[in-house]
Design a protein around this ligand. Structure first.
Ligand SMILES: *[C@@H]1O[C@H](CO)[C@@H](O)[C@H](O)[C@H]1NC(C)=O
Ligand SMILES: *[C@@H]1O[C@H](CO)[C@@H](O)[C@H](O)[C@H]1NC(C)=O
Ligand SMILES: *[C@@H]1O[C@H](CO)[C@@H](O)[C@H](O)[C@H]1NC(C)=O
Ligand SMILES: *[C@@H]1O[C@H](CO)[C@@H](O)[C@H](O)[C@H]1NC(C)=O
Length: 890
């Protein structure tokens, strides 16, 4: 236990255990930062804090070696908007360790070096508002009075909840086929007992008679007001309570029943006011040993124009959750796909639903139709029942014995799925987060089989952008869960990054090169070979993530699709009629689950096209692809994922996870203007009457594309890495737009950081040389096939380069005997370089050996062994089970 004992708060829980709750922040008197500390780099956390003039508050949620620190706000006359005492101090320290002082032996410089190398990065925390949405208005008179079937069931099973008959998602009297199908499980005594689901939302009315008995206070917290209990206090704080009711409303005489009515629910209140990244990250790991499921019915705006994902700390928290939560079995994150269907929004433009670490749930209505608000995309895994065709979801509401009759949207589909997962974990608590995803893929039920949006996957399953793998059917899911054999641990395979026509993009989002997008599009292929799979201990494909660098004057015109070697196509981006952004796709990552269980060997083709308008244009600069799946041999070594600090630069700066440069870049701060609302924000008020349909393809335009084989040079026989096919017309061009760059805050802050580092941090000597190396980057000329070996060379060159920079920034060693060329000697003590070079050799076992232990973390060894359950294997690069040590992808 590393948190200060003074923070311990006594909580009422079963046995009145002691819990560690976050301390109350006061942003009016203090400035807060998250400091990532490397305990093996020489300086203790206290020394670092003293050097930076900050006070350590507590660990940042469950993120190891990340600390929330604070300092009193400078008095008004001293505080200048453009300066930041803490970040300035860090820059000074870093400056002292390099450039002119590089060879200095003075005590002072020595001290600065130790501090500078021990502080991996510092990010200032700003409050931001997760915007609240107007609740959908109550539409009286829509509900049906309950028919015989549900009544008969209620009588037989002693269900006395007065509104049970209106809960058509439990028993649908009108369209009996369309319901979550869990009542038979109740009869078998499967009611979710022992499972805890956290509603990451706007509060939870634990005083409601429908929820009090199943409320789990220990795992609840209010991150908005920093008090222990997630009390709904604002007039529209009812969303979390309604979602909680769907899962765990008690079987009693109040309102209705939850899907897992003996399970427990916790409330993590984050949507009712301003929140910083550190708190959002902490909420997603809150009490993550006891809490199994995090139900999240929010995301970036569903306006058909936004393209946003979780910030770095939040991504880290999700990865921490799936790797270390639930004693290594992994937290189950359930995300609503979004309510922007009417605006042409797609869940592939949302970094939360696009994440492989979440289960993305879209909606179908009580007739089994696709409601027009529900977003389609290749990352949709399943659908669950929600509002539309004249009906809403009936569930518990805030207040004494209150019942809500207007709940709906994909916000309500996600908790229905979470409820089913709770039932499954009740009988199979040992299932991992990936077992849950596999079960979704396996048991999703096809509906509306004539819907043209269905397509057969290579594994023989029907998949649809609207319905994912189909409707989540509680009975089928839990039956399958009961004798499910847990999948082997996860690993991944990074394919080389393809630069198209020498395309590059830097941290400022400024681009060079690239192939103009012409009529018919620009295509490129990446080959996956048997030996790549073998060498990476990679057995069976699950998710695929694809990162693209594309410039365009109108992002909504761009279409991106991926075609597998077996001819299965994933539409990653379809047209978005209202998306006028001119910032393109600067290293945006798409995800598809459509290739689950497909044999990935062969050439994968990506095609980028636009609407071929006279006055709009763009260029395709580069792309890369990562295959995610299970290992062949869990006892052999394999790569485990870690979140890269900066993965949007082309060509990648930080090859294979060497983040020596990027770690010096202060993280972008969250700002007040960035809002990530619940999907109800864009949920149409008449979502209950949403027109359902089952005859329209989700992305009609995208269906017309020709056979990929036509415009690709036939793949070469052997280990061809990449080929590109275009019909370039020289007069098409692109330009990068500075104003959009500056309006994008993330890039703005990265830019500031980069300027600072490049300005004062780098020794001119090393920097010059690194630039020379940079020009050596291999790129793939149009129309040419490039052999694997040349790709390999690329990787090695970049390694050399990053190592140099690493040293130039004074982070490796203060030993003057270090090899002048690279700053590295055998046994140079930088754990990072040793570790990553292990991965560069594709020999994670070496890397694992080089992995250091954390000195200030006495409970590490034992603790981590326990955690290294399913997804994290001993002997891997993350042998100690810590995500900090894992490799990374781009
Ligand atoms: C629901 O579960 C029952 C088992 O009790 C099964 O027979 C039935 O087919 C399922 N209904 C649907 C719509 O899948
Ligand atoms: C939750 O987990 C903590 C340890 O992480 C444990 O001490 C506590 O008893 C657990 N609470 C419940 C209700 O299981
Ligand atoms: C890419 O750069 C190389 C070397 O600088 C050059 O030879 C080649 O022509 C360039 N390719 C394109 C398509 O511009
Ligand atoms: C292109 O033309 C359309 C109308 O034809 C206009 O709305 C749009 O703003 C133009 N785009 C640019 C980049 O000029």
């Amino acid at each position: 236990m590393r948190l200060p004992l003074s923070l311990v708060v006594v909580l009422f829980c079963y046995e009145s255990v002691f819990a560690l709750k976050p301390t109350k922040r006061d942003y009016s008197t203090d400035d807060y930062y998250v400091l990532e500390h490397d305990p093996n780099a020489g300086a203790s956390l206290d020394e670092c804090a003293r050097a930076l003039g900050v006070e350590v508050v507590e660990q940042a949620g469950e993120l190891r070696n990340h600390w929330l620190v604070r300092t009193a706000k400078p008095s008004l006359d001293l505080s200048r908007r453009d300066s930041d005492r803490v970040l300035d101090t860090l820059e000074e320290l870093r400056a002292q360790t390099s450039s002119s002082n590089f060879w200095s032996r003075s005590e002072h410089t020595h001290h600065s070096r130790r501090i500078a190398s021990s502080v991996k990065h510092v990010s200032r925390q700003e409050l931001r508002q997760r915007a609240k949405r107007a609740p959908p208005p109550i539409r009286p008179g829509d509900e049906d009075d309950g028919a015989e079937t549900s009544q008969a069931f209620a009588t037989r099973m002693g269900v006395e909840d007065p509104e049970f008959g209106k809960q058509w998602h439990l028993i649908n009297d009108e369209s009996p086929r369309h319901m979550m199908n869990v009542t038979a499980l109740w009869e078998m005594g499967i009611t979710g007992r022992g499972v805890i689901t956290a509603l990451v939302d706007d509060g939870l009315d634990y005083n409601s008679d429908d929820l009090a008995a199943n409320f789990y206070a220990y795992g609840s917290y209010d991150f908005n007001d920093h008090v222990d209990l997630p009390t709904p206090t604002l007039f529209d704080d009812h969303h979390g309570t309604r979602c909680a009711g769907q899962i765990a409303a008690a079987k009693n005489d109040v309102c209705g029943v939850g899907i897992a009515y003996d399970s427990q629910v916790a409330g993590l209140r984050i949507l009712s006011g301003p929140i910083s990244d550190v708190d959002e990250a902490a909420s997603l790991n809150y009490d993550f040993q006891n809490t199994s499921i995090y139900s999240c019915s929010w995301g970036p705006p569903d306006d058909g124009r936004s393209m946003e994902g979780p910030a770095y700390l939040i991504k880290k928290a999700m990865v921490n959750g799936i790797q270390n939560g639930r004693e290594g079995k992994g937290s189950v994150y359930v995300f609503a796909s979004g309510n922007g269907g009417r605006s042409g929004d797609q869940c592939n433009f949302d970094g939360y639903t696009n994440s492989i670490f979440s289960v993305t749930v879209a909606a179908v209505d009580y007739k089994g139709l696709h409601p027009d608000y529900s977003e389609a995309c290749a990352a949709n895994m399943v659908v669950a029942y929600s509002s539309g065709s004249g009906n809403h979801i009936t569930t518990t509401d805030v207040g004494k014995d209150k019942c809500a009759h207007s709940h709906g949207g994909t916000s309500a589909a996600a908790p229905n799925a979470a409820g089913v997962f709770a039932l499954a974990l009740g009988v199979r608590p040992d299932l991992s987060w990936r077992d849950i995803q596999h079960l979704c893929v396996q048991t999703g039920q096809q509906i509306n089989p004539d819907d043209p949006d269905w397509e057969q996957t290579a594994a023989g399953r029907p998949f649809s952008y609207k319905y994912g793998y189909g409707v989540l059917n509680g009975y089928e899911f839990v039956q399958a869960a009961q004798d499910w054999q847990s999948v082997k641990p996860q690993t991944f395979l990074n394919l080389p990054t393809v630069q198209i026509a020498n395309g590059t993009m830097d941290v400022f989002e400024s681009a060079t090169g690239g192939e103009p997008i012409v009529s018919g599009g620009v295509s490129s292929t990446l080959a996956v070979t048997q030996s790549m799979l073998q060498d990476n201990n990679f057995e069976k494909l699950e998710h695929i993530t694809i990162t693209v660098w594309i410039t365009h004057t109108r992002r909504g015109d761009v279409e991106v699709e991926l075609v597998s070697p077996n001819g299965v196509k994933s539409v990653l981006a379809a047209r978005r009629p209202t998306d006028n952004a001119n910032s393109g796709f600067p290293g945006w990552t798409f995800m598809t689950v459509k290739h689950w269980d497909e044999n990935p060997i062969g050439d994968w083709l990506i095609r980028v096209s636009d609407q071929n308008k006279e006055n709009e244009s763009g260029a395709f600069l580069g792309w890369t692809m990562t295959l995610w799946g299970s290992v062949i041999d869990p006892d052999a070594s394999f790569k485990v994922y870690d979140v890269p600090l900066l993965d949007t630069v082309l060509p990648p700066v930080a090859e294979e996870g060497d983040d020596s440069i990027t770690s010096s870049i202060p993280l972008p701060s969250a700002t007040t203007s960035k809002t990530i609302p619940k999907p109800t924000e864009h949920l149409p008020p008449d979502h209950g009457d949403a027109d359902g349909e089952s005859h329209l393809p989700a992305f009609p335009g995208a269906q017309q594309s020709a056979d990929p084989a036509e415009d690709v040079a036939s793949p070469s026989e052997t280990d061809t890495a990449a080929s590109i096919s275009v019909t370039p017309t020289p007069d098409e061009g692109w330009f990068s737009d500075l104003s959009s760059l500056m309006s994008n805050q993330l890039w703005f802050f990265i830019a500031i950081g980069a300027v600072a580092i490049f300005g004062i941090g780098a020794g001119v000597f090393f920097w010059r040389r690194s630039m020379r190396r940079r020009s050596n980057y291999t790129s793939l000329p149009a129309g040419d096939d490039v052999a694997m070996s040349s790709i390999g060379v690329t990787g090695h060159r970049s390694t050399a380069r990053t190592k140099e920079l690493f040293d130039a920034f004074g982070e490796v060693s203060d030993d003057e005997d270090a090899d002048e060329e690279t700053g590295l000697r055998p046994g140079a003590r930088s754990p990072r370089v040793e570790f990553h070079s292990g991965f560069l050799d594709d020999d994670p076992s070496t890397a694992g050996l080089a992995t250091p232990r954390y000195r200030d973390d006495p409970d590490t060894p034992q603790h981590d062994k326990e955690r290294s359950g399913t997804p994290v294997s001993a002997g891997s690069g993350s042998g100690d089970g810590s995500w900090e040590h894992a490799s990374e992808t781009r």
